[in-house]
Every structure is written in structure tokens, then in C-alpha cells.
Design a protein around this ligand. Sequence first.
Ligand SMILES: C[S@@+](CC[C@H](N)C(=O)[O-])C[C@H]1O[C@@H](n2cnc3c(N)ncnc32)[C@H](O)[C@@H]1O
Length: 235
Amino acid sequence: MIQVDVVTIFPGFFDSFLRESFVGIAQKQGQMRIAVHDLRGWTQDRHRTVDDTPYGGGPGMVLKPEPLVAAIEDLAGEKGKREARVILPSPRGQRLSQARLEGLSGEEHLVIVCARYEGVDQRVIDLAVDEEISIGDYVISGGEIPAMLMIEGITRLVPGVLGNSESTLTESFQQDRLEAPHYTRPAEFRGHAVPEVLRSGDHAAVERWRREKAFEITKERRPDLLGDTRGEEER
Ligand SMILES: C[S@@+](CC[C@H](N)C(=O)[O-])C[C@H]1O[C@@H](n2cnc3c(N)ncnc32)[C@H](O)[C@@H]1O
């Protein structure tokens, strides 16, 4: 069972996300326990202030350290003395990959801290965050979507959550390959026929076709994934 605590100033973002599809099912089945916490619950003032202007001037607001560090330490304990892993989605972090999601799916307790505005006071990172993770080289307005993205990516790797656990093994990035194309009925659509081999019932031939297509598509679109095996014939 993986416990995930999310800290945000917009808890409502997560309402339907946590109920729907396999993230909802994983919680009902007891494989995931996900709790969303309103950062304002850790403020001390009448206005429940979470942000302030940046030292040195400049545009935007910065999330204050006191409520954030209090929230993280309540949920995860102190940095260096804790079992949990505290993640801050940030464009400055290491780029998220399937390999990192696999690593995270092996953790027992994650705390994901969603920033807004210009981001968090650097002391929050220094004192309380274990890892900054980026979802890509672009900027969006908050950490909530990155948090959902990570939760979804992790949940589908938890054994028993997806109906057919084999499907994760053949998916893109799982074996340094993009996935082969999929087809379903009808056998012909607007003059485009499903490749004959997929209808042949010859499982070995289907497997070989899928491996070849996965190799071709990876070579064409993402040769970087092939690494040392680039140019080698697919076996
Ligand atoms: C408007 S952004 C702040 C961007 C920040 N001022 C910068 O230039 O790096 C607000 C928050 O959204 C989240 N965020 C935005 N883009 C992200 C990305 N590519 N990966 C992960 N989190 C992101 C982070 O939590 C970030 O602190």
C-alpha cells in the first residue's frame, strides 16, 4: 500500500481525479491511500496567508516558508529523519521518466507539495524537500497537474491495479522502445485494413510484427531511446 499526501491551495482540483478510473479503484481496493490537504490549514493568521512578495523585487508572489514547512513536517516528519519522500513538482527538477515513476511506485509514503505563483521560498526546498521533479521543459501555473500526473503514473504500476498487468510490460518506454500500433474492429475502415498478421492467429508472428514495428517507430521518432543498440537489427 502506498500512502500519498498532497499539499495544495486548491484541493478541489483533485475531487473527480481521485474518484475516477483506476486511481479511484486502487483506493477502494486498498492499494493506494491518497489524501489531499489544504495548505491554508497550516497558516496562523486571520487571513490564512500563504504567499508574500519576493525579496529583491520582481513580479508575482512566493509561497511563504512557515505554513509549507509545517505542513510537510506534520505529514512526513523532519528531513533526514523521515521514511517518507517529499517531492516538489518544479520546472527546475529532474525530468520525469518511466524509470523514475517505477522508482516512486516502490516508495511507501510520498508527500507531493504543489506550488503556485512564482514558486516556493528556497528555504522550503533546502529544509524540507527531498526531490524536485519536472514534467517537461515548459511552465504551467501550478503543481496540481504534475501531482496528478505522478499519482496516475505511479498507480498504474502498482501490482494488481491494472486489469491486465502484462499491458504495462509492453508499453512505451518500458523496454527502451515506443509501443507498436494497436487495431480493433472493424477489420477495414475507410479503405484502411488491419495488418493481415494481426488477424492470422499466429501468436509468434504477431509478437514478431509488434517487436519490429516498435523498433521501427522508435528508430524513426526517438532514436535516443535505442542508445547503444541504435542501428542494430531487432531480434
Ligand atoms: C508558474 S510556475 C513557476 C515557475 C517558476 N517561476 C520558474 O520560472 O521556474 C508555478 C508552479 O507550477 C509548477 N510547475 C510549473 N511548470 C512545471 C513543470 N514543468 N514541471 C513541474 N512543475 C511545474 C511548479 O510547482 C511551479 O512552482
